[in-house]
Write a protein that binds this ligand. Structure first.
Ligand code: FAD
Length: 425
């Protein structure tokens, strides 16, 4: 109990999809909530690639958490980085030396990209997880064209105009498709020494198809749609080296000055904080009710949790799964506060798989219906607008997309962080 209020104190670490849904589902539960996040904004990660590829501005997909929760007097928001948990004292440790006591702790700290033991690749092949990642990638892409415009050596120019995306999952497919459109449509006619449409966009995937989690016919369609946009597909071989000059695939070196990583994720270090069992991706292995072994007051949800499905396989690291887990834990907390035992297993409901390829094609698999092409694209667009927070942002994003759809023009093309003269980055 909180000493000041006498109310049960729930501490939530992480204002992502899981943490915010949990808080929303605890509305009116009569508990005191403290939300800790190292960033002041909630980020709509599914549209992050659109910031990286100049389609949307940062403020269209990220919103201040404090503002989102302004009407929730039961919630205190703290901008702080959690670094550990003292289970005996029931406190969360913070990077600045402070600590926050809890009655119930929910860890929802998400994941970051991982390089399969090759962290030295990161400076040459940045991944996409935060707003900073997205603006840094946008800068790299735009600077490559700027530098190519000034480059007279044909070999160096060709490397500048070669873009390699590693990983053929939804993020890799979305990045590659949009970079192709940027080069072919958006930048058309704006340069004098280069033709941006001649840029080479290569998608490298170790499996034998893109979107390996989708049904083969939808994967095949996505592959064809990418090729129609001019993306070269390289299947069946993992990347074995990445450096400032490009990538090596199957023993062949591909000269490219822009390489992007969309191939793997690792969970936040919550397992270390808790001294809990973790899987190979660092996810905390949780009990069926999402508590952590032997600690009924600690829950781990979302991308940080390794949750096994009764029918086999793992709950995927997607936004709907994190939200469903947030809702589940809220129900347990409510029941406990009401004096009933609600320890029941979490059940994941797959709401479907969606991925888009450029501004005219997508694939959608809801199980009961499968779509591809432009109807899927419209459905994808409507679904994403629906899940954005706030009317203003929905309208802004819808307007941006309609504009891009009609004109091919992407307006979020600022080169920021370190100047735009091509001297750094
Ligand atoms: C580029 C990209 C595209 C994606 N596309 C899709 C998609 O199309 N559809 C889909 O369903 N899913 C998609 N996902 C996955 C989806 O975004 C995640 O599954 C979802 O965000 C997980 O929610 P979460 O609450 O577990 O973590 P997150 O939403 O990642 O939130 C974690 C929060 O914890 C905070 N945090 C982390 N560490 C600390 C700390 N030490 N102290 C304090 N705060 C901390 C972070 O700042 C963040 O706010 C995508 C992910 C990425 C990266």
């Amino acid at each position: 109990m909180n000493a000041n209020t006498g109310r049960h104190h729930v501490v939530v670490v992480g204002a992502g999809f899981g943490g915010l849904q949990l808080i929303s589902s605890l509305r009116g539960a009569g508990v005191k909530i403290t939300l800790i996040d190292q960033r002041n904004h909630h980020l709509f990660q599914p549209l992050l690639y659109q910031v990286a590829t100049t389609s949307l501005a940062t403020s269209e997909i990220a919103w201040p958490v404090r503002h989102l929760l302004r009407r929730r007097k039961d919630v205190t928001t703290l901008l702080a980085t959690a670094t550990g948990v003292d289970k005996a004292a029931k406190t969360v440790q913070l990077a600045d030396g402070g600590s926050v006591p809890y009655d119930t702790l929910v860890i929802a700290t998400g994941a970051r990209h991982a390089y399969f033991g090759h962290d030295e690749w990161e400076p040459f092949a940045p991944g996409l997880k935060t707003i900073e990642d997205a603006t840094a990638i946008r800068r790299r892409i735009l600077l490559a064209f700027e530098r190519a415009e000034r480059e007279t050596d044909p070999v160096r120019r060709s490397a500048l105009l070669t873009f390699v995306v590693i990983g053929g999952g939804p993020t890799g497919v979305e990045l590659a498709g949009t970079i192709a459109e940027l080069a072919r449509d958006t930048l058309k006619g704006e340069f004098r020494n280069i033709d941006p449409a001649g840029a080479r966009i290569v998608l490298v995937e170790a499996a034998d198809r893109v979107l390996a989690n989708f049904r083969p016919e939808l994967s095949a369609y996505a592959g064809r749609a990418l090729e129609r946009l001019g993306v070269e597909l390289m299947f069946g071989h993992p990347v074995t080296a990445v450096d400032a000059d490009g990538v090596t695939v199957d023993g062949v070196h591909l000269a490219a000055r822009t390489v992007l990583w969309a191939a793997g994720v690792a969970a936040s270090p919550a397992a270390e904080w808790l001294g809990a069992e973790a899987d190979r991706a660092g996810r905390v292995v949780v009990e069926p009710d999402l508590t952590v072994g032997g600690e009924p007051d600690i829950f781990v949800i979302g991308d940080t949790a390794h949750v096994e499905r009764p029918e086999g396989g793992l709950v995927p690291g997607v936004a709907p799964a994190a939200k469903q887990q947030g809702r589940h834990v809220a129900e347990i907390i409510r029941a406990r506060c009401a004096g009933t035992n609600a320890a029941r297993p979490f059940r994941y409901k797959n709401q479907g798989d969606l991925a888009t390829i450029g501004k005219r094609a997508a694939v959608v698999d809801f199980g009961w219906i499968r779509l591809k092409g432009w109807p899927a694209w419209w459905l994808w667009g409507i679904a994403h607008i629906y899940f954005l927070i706030g009317l203003r942002y929905r309208l802004a994003v819808a307007l941006s997309w309609l504009w891009i759809y009609a004109s091919g023009q992407r307006s979020a093309r600022l080169i920021t962080q370190g100047g735009g003269d091509g001297g750094t980055g």
